[in-house]
Design a protein around this ligand. Structure first.
Ligand SMILES: [Zn+2]
Length: 357
């Protein structure tokens, strides 16, 4: 466009110049009428030609600019698209990287946990670490403050009184702990599920509860424990990580194997709980009154109470009768009730308590 316009301009201008040059060679031409006539013609030609050329030039330029504008706009749009797609890709990759980082972090954590377990197993390899590899749990990270807290625990169920006890706990909105005996589960699966669904803690109290068998060797204890733990997990979907020894952690049946069993179970992450408040509810002479008195007196003499009661293994009607009174009295005294978790500092018998009987 520019070329075409400027060509038009150039074609005319040399013609005019040529005329001027031709006339200049004759004398007296300068200042003559002919000269002025030519001058006027020349100026007219220039006046007509130049604006037209300028207009053509401007139009050309305008056209160029519009094209350039169109071109630039297209380029700009393309660049914007490019920018947007790069930005999208960047965001996508950023998201991907965050996900990958999280996955890696989890993987690393899993590997660390496995390594720790492998190291622990290796350390115990020569002894019992290879037995029952399913019996490993995550141990507590820290212990919580249990002051002025009462932990009601019910052993030997699920039994005939479990449902009544669940109703009382629900009425007062109190969480508790149930140490389950495996062989009592068949036929009472629904009751055990009810315990779990109510949010109470479920711990293992062995499968057979037969002292002579379970304390006869470490292997015998692990076999029995595994049977109970597996059944509990099958029924409730939860794997227990705390337990209670039948007869407590120190009794005349586990003098030989007790310490070995304890250290093995602790190294596998489990925590066990004896008690510091005995309700005496398994005694033949137990009444709601004696149970109530025993619990209140012992709770008051401990910084926090782990109360031993029973919901199975016999007629527990006196326990059921005493329970609401115990709860109401302790609530009035400002105690709080909670369930055991492995973050509660274990209440365990010291060797001296055993020697005292
Ligand atoms: Zn028991």
């Amino acid at each position: 466009m520019t070329d075409h316009a400027s060509t038009g301009l150039r074609v005319r201008v040399p013609q005019v110049k040529g005329q001027i040059k031709l006339r200049k060679t004759k004398t007296a031409y300068l200042g003559s009428v002919r000269f002025f006539k030519h001058l006027i013609v020349t100026v007219l030609v220039i006046l007509i030609t130049v604006p037209w050329g300028v207009v053509a030039y401007m139009a050309g330029r305008g056209q160029v600019s519009r094209d350039a504008m169109l071109l630039l706009e297209n380029r700009l749009a393309a660049v914007n698209d490019e920018k947007q797609s790069l930005f999208d890709e960047y965001e996508e990759r950023l998201e991907q990287a965050a996900l990958e980082q999280e996955e890696l972090r989890l993987l690393l954590h899993q590997m660390e946990t496995q390594l720790t377990r492998a190291e622990t197993i290796y350390e115990f390899q020569s002894a019992y670490g290879h037995l029952h590899p399913e019996l490993w749990v995550e141990g507590p990270k820290e212990y919580i403050d249990s002051s002025r807290t009462v932990y009601l625990t019910f052993d030997d169920g699920p039994g005939g009184s479990t449902k009544s006890i669940l109703e009382i706990l629900q009425r007062y909105d109190i969480p508790a702990t149930f140490f389950i005996v495996g062989y009592t589960i068949p036929g009472r699966e629904a009751t055990l599920r009810q315990v779990a669904e109510a949010g109470h803690t479920i711990g293992v109290h062995t499968y057979s509860h037969v002292y002579r068998d379970i304390y006869s060797s470490l292997e015998a204890f692990l076999d029995d424990f595994s049977k109970a733990s597996t059944l509990i997990e099958e029924v409730t979907g939860m794997k227990p990580d705390i337990f209670r020894f039948p007869g407590g952690s120190m009794n005349i049946y586990n003098e030989t194997w007790g310490n070995t069993i304890i250290s093995e179970m602790l190294s596998r992450g489990y925590r066990y709980y004896d008690w510091n408040v005995g309700s005496g509810d398994t005694s033949v002479s137990a009444s709601a009154e004696t149970i109530y008195d025993a619990v209140i007196r012992q709770v008051n003499s401990n910084p926090y109470g782990v109360v031993l009661m029973h919901d199975g293994g016999g007629n527990r009607s006196q326990t059921v009768e005493a329970l609401p009174r115990i709860i109401e009295r302790l609530l009035r005294e400002g105690y709080r009730f909670d369930k055991l978790t492995n973050q509660v500092r274990p209440t365990v018998f010291a060797p001296t308590s055993f020697s005292r009987g």
